[in-house]
Design a binder for this molecule. Structure first.
Ligand SMILES: Nc1ncnc2c1ncn2[C@@H]1O[C@H](COP(=O)(O)OP(=O)(O)OP(=O)(O)O)[C@@H](O)[C@H]1O
Ligand SMILES: [Mg+2]
Length: 305
């Protein structure tokens, strides 16, 4: 997928994803050694986006399986298209000499099978990115199904047979840790924790989304993110929420957050009643802004260094 680590670093950046050295090296090794990548970390920290960024960097497509409680094999692998099969039988039945045995074989061929993301990923001519998103929502039985596929790169489907991979996809598994992913899957994967970024890296991410703003603005947003996350909030803000805040400030025509903006910004900063109360405390918001300024000054110094 990538000829060198440097190429991957450049292309990831080109696709708008800012990753640290550990993340890029782990992605590179996973691609080279054809290992699934298991990403765990807080919501909104860029797990799903990393899969899309890798696909863009490799100039390939993404097959996405969005997991949820109760997801079944049909959703993941696919199923026979029964209306199409019925239509075929009805049409053939009109002709006088039907060979029912060969019709039965034909009806269980790939042309009557509507493939789900796992099967589509194995059928790709060139390796695609297979994103199995929010794997922590599924049960152990479903994990076992994935295990088989990721071990032998084939799927055994009743009546259709065994489908072997044309190309081996780059597999990204993401989890928000609601349920612990089993050890067999962990053993087969490279494990990457995606945490909230450092202030410097977050300033870079904000800069990518609001390129017309100043460095001070980008560092200001990163500083505020760090200050909020250090405030033991019930729901600390994710990168994506800081990006929303940056866009909102642009819409409001403001490059700086001042203590008098508390009430306007509260719906973007505090997403639970407890956090809202915390930010409404007397002097609470003003001291937050003070902390944010210290952190943004650090981020700016880091940039200059
Ligand atoms: N390192 C990064 N570089 C660029 N953008 C980022 C980065 N991390 C997060 N983002 C931004 O944050 C948004 C949210 O990221 P994403 O949806 O991938 O988070 P997630 O970890 O999958 O969250 P969830 O667990 O809620 O699904 C992305 O659309 C992207 O704009
Ligand atoms: Mg996600």
């Amino acid at each position: 997928m990538f000829s060198s680590l440097e190429q991957l670093v450049q292309r990831l950046r080109g696709s708008g994803y800012i990753a640290d050295t550990i993340a890029t090296t782990t992605v590179y090794l996973a691609a080279r050694l054809q290992k699934p990548l298991l990403l765990e970390g807080p919501a909104g920290s860029g797990k799903t986006q990393l899969a899309y960024a890798v696909a863009e960097a490799a100039n390939t497509s993404v097959e996405r399986l969005q997991c949820y409680e109760g997801i079944d094999e049909e959703e993941a692998i696919g199923k026979f298209d029964e209306p199409l099969q019925r239509l075929c039988v009805e049409l053939k039945a009109k002709s006088s000499n039907v060979d029912w045995e060969s019709l039965r074989t034909e009806l269980h061929g790939q042309q009557f099978f509507s493939a789900g993301p796992l099967l589509r990923a194995l059928r790709c001519e060139r390796p695609c990115v297979l994103l199995i998103d929010e794997l922590d929502k599924v049960d152990h039985a479903f994990e076992a199904l994935l295990l088989e596929m990721l071990s032998v790169w084939q799927l055994s489907i009743p009546k259709l047979g065994t489908i072997r991979a044309r190309s081996i996809p780059f597999v990204v598994l993401t989890s928000n840790e609601e349920r612990r992913i089993g050890d067999p899957l962990r053993r087969r994967s490279f494990y990457l924790r995606i945490e909230h970024p450092t202030a410097e890296r977050e300033a870079e991410i904000v800069a990518l989304r609001t390129p017309d703003s100043t460095h001070e603005f980008h560092a200001g947003m990163a500083g505020l993110a760090k200050a909020l996350r250090g405030w033991s909030m019930e729901k600390p803000p994710s990168v994506s929420e800081i990006l929303d805040l940056a866009q909102a400030l642009k819409v409001l025509g403001s490059e700086q957050i001042t203590p008098d903006m508390r009430d306007i910004l509260l719906p973007l900063l505090a997403k639970t009643e407890a956090d809202r109360r915390k930010l409404l405390l007397r002097d609470g918001f003003a001291s937050l802004i003070f902390d944010a300024q210290q952190y943004s000054a650090e981020a700016l110094r880091g940039r200059a260094a």
